[in-house]
Structure formats: C-alpha cells, structure tokens
Design a protein around this ligand. Structure first.
Ligand code: ADP
Ligand code: TRP
Length: 331
C-alpha cells in the first residue's frame, strides 16, 4: 500500500481542471491506498495575504471536495492549518533550500510577474511548504495536473537532500501521478491552453456553475473563423474544445464532430451546444451535492475534526523522528 497525497489552494471554487487534473485521480485511489487530501490554506496567503473570507473559502473548498467524491471515512481529508507540524517541517526544510533554486522555479517567476508589489518570502518558499505537505506523511504518489510537475521535482530534491545531509533513508521520493500515465492539462475556454481560476473571466467551468452559466460560457468560447477546407489543420482553440469534449462527452459524440471537422462541414455553434449540454450533465450531480452539503455545518465540522486528528497523528510521528534525526534532544 502506498501513501497518496494531494491538495488544492483555498482561493476559489473548483473547476473542471482541478477535477480532472487532481481530484478524480485521488477519488479513484482512495480505496486502495493510504490517502491524504488537504486544503492548502497556508499556501493561499502567498497570493491573498489578508483574505477577508479565508474561512468561507476553506469551507467552500471542503464542500466541493466532498461533493466530488472524496470519502472522509476512507481518506484523511483535512485543512493544512489544522496541522501546525507542517509549519515546523517547512521551517526545517527551509534551512536546506537555496535561494537560487527557488528563484529559478517557473511558478515563482510567474507570480513575480503577476504580483510585482508582493514578492513575499512565502511565494519564494512555496515549493518548500509544498514539499513539507507531501513528505510529512511520507507520500510517494501525488495526483496533480501537469503544471505541478516542477514542484514535485523540487519536493524530491528536498527529500533527497534531507536524507543525504543526515545520512538516513527516511523520506521516500514523491512523484506526480495520473491514472492514465500522462499528467493532464485541461484547456480553458478562452483559447488559452489551461483552464484556471485566475485566468480570464469565462475561461473556467466551475463544478458549482448553474446550467445557464455553463451554456453562456461555452457558447462564448473562442473558436476560429470557421471550417476551412477538408483536411485542414486544427487551430488551438478548436483543439481545446475537442479536448474538453473528450472529458465529458461520449466517444460517439466526439467522433461525430471530428468527422464533420475533417469534412469541413462542422458548425462550431452545434458543437458548443452539445459540449455545454454534456458539461451540464456531467456537473449536475456534483452541483446537487454541493448545494446539499453547503447547508450541513454539523457534518462539515465533523469531517474537518476527524481529518485534523488523523493527519496530526501521522504528522506528529514524522516530526518526532525528524527532530531525532537532526539531533534535537529533550533535557
Ligand atoms: P488554478 O490553476 O485554477 O489556480 P490550482 O493551481 O489551485 O488551480 O490547482 C489545483 C490542482 O488542480 C493542481 O493539482 C493542479 O495541477 C490542478 N489543475 C489546475 N488547473 C488544471 C488544468 N487546467 N488541468 C489539469 N490540472 C489542473
Ligand atoms: N501547489 C498546489 C497548487 O497550486 C497546491 C498544493 C500545495 C499541493 N501543497 C500540495 C498539491 C501538496 C499537491 C501536494 O495547486
């Protein structure tokens, strides 16, 4: 049995990219492995230092995780800040994380571009905290989307460095994981290659979106100037729509539109209508559960409490052993 762990920052609603990149894989594995899934609320402070609605965001993400199928009786589902041992491991790992390697990290460089007035130390050491999240439970498989690959490489670096420095074989190396072998990158609706909550308005389909909102966003999705000649190469925005369709529609439907594309008889409007309806069909049960769970504060409280307890037990053991390995001793 392997240990599996993943998490998502608590900065907004979950979208189909989060679902297909991370959560779906996790849900599939929860019965076979030792599984941890958490809400990265410490991490959210790197971009939102004073969120007026921190608790509400965390609550919403918890609801959406549960609605997406994470079973808190089987997996350990918790909130990062409920496990302060993570912060201690982060501090210890920071002593062996170098400024140069952190500055070279792609996501750091991107954040510097996006928020030049708030290049805080938390942003720089984001991958160290992420490594702490993972190795505190000594996880080896991490279901995430393709954009997290470099962070996983850094987590391996920090885990290996700890082992080398203290001459132990304590932390196993964690790897990004997807069921279909290849890591997923779900495209956005605005012609960009990635669905993301911080992309342009209308780029992402959220699990909690109402049917009307889904239809509107999909009908406005970027395409190109129309079918050209038979056999013409597909443009990126149209390829994105096909890739989205592969996630939510039947193989027959995809085949039908592919054929009409190849024959240059396709009408993008028809394709979008179909895509919207299939997305609605796919998200409807999730949305229904979100609405139910939102109202059930007692249940959410129980889930968070149970998760915190289980996660802390595992984290405490690691911290005890790490302190011993480094050489901290009680008098
Ligand atoms: P966002 O990009 O919307 O801010 P996060 O960075 O919080 O989303 O991502 C949370 C998880 O969801 C990560 O594991 C990430 O790899 C995955 N994820 C996010 N967007 C996508 C996407 N478009 N395709 C595949 N996985 C994604
Ligand atoms: N960096 C991840 C993201 O942006 C969130 C995250 C934090 C995470 N710690 C993690 C994911 C540990 C997997 C494992 O989505």
């Amino acid at each position: 049995m392997e240990t599996v762990l993943s998490g998502i920052r608590s900065t907004g609603h979950l979208h189909l990219g989060n679902y297909f990149g991370a959560i779906r894989n996790f849900v599939k594995m929860q019965h076979e492995h030792r599984c941890y899934f958490f809400i990265a609320d410490y991490h959210s402070l790197t971009t939102h230092p004073a969120p007026g609605d921190l608790h509400r965001n965390v609550r919403q993400v918890l609801v959406e995780y549960l609605a997406a199928g994470i079973d808190p009786e089987v997996a350990t589902l918790y909130i990062q800040s409920d496990v302060p041992e993570v912060a201690e491991l982060y501090l210890l790992l920071n002593m062996n994380a170098y400024k140069g390697e952190l500055e070279r990290c792609t996501s750091f460089k991107e954040k510097v571009r996006k928020q030049p007035d708030n290049v805080n130390a938390g942003l720089l050491t984001y991958p160290v905290l992420m490594a702490a999240d993972i190795i505190i439970h000594r996880a080896t498989k991490v279901p995430v989307g393709k954009d997290q690959e470099q962070h996983l490489e850094m987590a391996r670096t920090f885990a290996n460095r700890f082992n080398r420095l203290y001459k132990v074989d304590y932390f196993p190396a964690p790897y990004a994981f997807n069921f279909d072998n290849e890591l997923v990158k779900v495209p956005g609706l605005d012609g960009s290659t990635k669905m993301g909550k911080s992309e342009a308005e209308g780029n992402a389909i959220f699990l909690a979106d109402e049917p009307g909102a889904i239809r509107k966003k999909v009908m406005r999705a970027t395409t190109d100037s129309g079918p050209g000649i038979p056999g013409e190469e597909m443009s990126q925005p149209v390829e994105n729509l096909f890739n989205l369709m592969r996630l939510v529609s039947t193989a027959d439907t995809v085949e039908h539109f592919l054929e009409s594309f190849q024959q240059a008889t396709i009408r993008y409007g028809d394709m979008k209508k179909q895509l919207a309806e299939d997305m609605i069909r796919f998200t409807a049960p999730l949305r229904e559960r979100i609405l139910e769970l939102e109202a059930d504060t007692d249940y959410l409280k129980k889930v968070a409490g149970m998760g915190a307890e289980k996660a802390r037990e595992s984290a405490r053991k690691t911290i005890r052993e790490v302190r011993e390995i480094i050489g901290f001793k009680p008098f």
